[in-house]
Design a protein around this ligand. Structure first.
Ligand code: G3I
Length: 369
């Protein structure tokens, strides 16, 4: 403690003054030491996420991150499953002449497997991609044959190396009122393109768990209900749907209990469930949101905790994986310049330095229950 400590002295008075001054100074000194100490010893790294749960903990990764030694170390520390953020999508693989470029997808899949991670494939068919090759002018027979070939070629290439695939991504209309119209539905039918994709994927990879993946299922109850009815319909049609992917891009508008209600309804189908793209924005659509930042952050953490509790409450066989869309805040598409570029969102479980955000604590508490 240096000069501030009490010292013995001949003059009682001065001794008292010395003690009194020391006593007054001590808290300030301690605080200064503490600040100094804290400046020297940053908060500890968060305990490995994968050590918190008896099921796979996932995060996204991209080939552009493989040269980042810090990111690589954090991924190895925290996750047991990798979802390539874009390299397995049509936008990266499918060429305008229906040939496939697997250079990036092979690299990220190989990397993940070299780390001992399970790989989750995202995504074979997505309404928002593939329009250039699969356009409305393509003769329908050629469209169908190229569609089958694309799905079976990609799924077949990674046969035996994928724990699961998002076979079809985001098939439900934005507001939950029916299914999306897209180049695939116009050519093969609104349910037809989905059934066809699952059948081709199953034929190409008999082992992978085949998921239907969607967002806003918890945020918009109508959309969640439409999605679950679609899963049931697809199963009735004989489509080998093997899992439900809830992207879980949460927001601070979701009322308490709504996430739990969706997870309960989803669980009733008896299929494995993947929290597939968890992140949690602080943004509010409401122009009159008068909540303080603290209140918004409390809501953010509460909803993440509710999701983790609802997932943890699932039967073990239905807990496929709990995946965040990025590992650290700065990895999030919500924060990245090539994404939304939003600041101060704190949208993931770990901060930029790999330390636990409050949401991490909420998840850890849920998984300890
Ligand atoms: O890294 C390449 C760069 O090398 C290249 O020069 C550039 C040229 O376009 O592309 C860069 O890749 C971009 C990639 O993100 C990595 O930054 C792609 O263009 C861009 O399209 C891609 O965006 C991804 C987006 O899906 C579209 O695929 C985002 O990273 C990804 O976070 C986002 O994820 C989606 C899920 O797939 C589905 N659910 C919603 C979620 C968020 O939108």
């Amino acid at each position: 403690m240096g000069e501030g400590g009490p010292r013995s002295g001949s003059d009682e008075g001065s001794h008292f003054r010395l003690n009194r001054r020391s006593l007054l100074a001590a808290p300030l000194a301690l605080a200064a030491c503490d600040r100094f100490a804290s400046a020297q010893t940053p908060a500890p790294e968060a305990a490995p996420l994968k050590s918190l749960a008896p099921f796979p903990i996932g995060a996204t990764g991209m080939t552009g991150q493989l040269s980042d030694a810090v990111w690589v170390a954090q991924m190895r520390r925290h996750v047991s499953q990798l979802t390539p953020e874009w390299e397995l999508k049509p936008e990266r693989i499918l060429q305008p002449d229906f040939t496939c470029d697997f250079s990036a997808s092979d690299r990220i899949v190989d990397w993940g497997r070299e780390q001992g991670m399970r790989i989750h494939g995202h995504t074979l068919v997505w309404y928002s991609q593939g329009q250039q090759a699969f356009n409305d002018d393509l003769p329908r027979a050629r469209f169908a044959s190229e569609y089958d070939r694309y799905v079976s070629t990609v799924a077949g290439r990674y046969r035996g190396r994928m724990a699961g695939w998002d076979v079809v991504n985001e098939p439900v209309a934005e507001d939950g009122d029916g299914l999306r119209d897209c180049h695939f539905s116009r050519a093969l039918g609104q349910e037809g393109y989905i059934v066809r994709a699952f059948e081709q994927a199953r034929g190409a990879d008999p082992e992978a768990v085949l998921f239907l993946n969607e967002y806003n299922l918890e945020n918009i109850p109508k959309k969640g209900a439409t999605f679950l009815r679609l899963v049931e319909r697809l199963l009735t049609l004989g489509a080998p749907v093997g899992g439900i992917g809830a992207q879980s891009h949460l927001d601070i508008e979701i009322p308490a209990g709504q996430i739990t209600a969706f997870m309960r309804d989803a669980a009733s189908l008896g299929l494995p469930i993947h929290v597939s793209e968890l992140d949690f924005s602080l943004r509010s659509d409401s122009p009159l949101d008068t909540r303080s930042l603290g209140q918004k952050r409390a809501q953010q953490v509460a909803r993440v905790g509710e999701l983790a509790e609802a997932f943890f409450a699932l039967p073990e066989r239905q807990r496929y994986a709990f995946t965040t869309w990025g590992l650290r805040d700065t990895d999030s598409w919500l924060v990245r310049e090539d994404g939304r570029g939003w600041r101060d969102e704190s949208p993931l479980l770990l901060d930029a330095q790999g330390r636990a955000n409050p949401a991490y604590q909420a998840v850890a508490a849920a998984f300890r229950a």
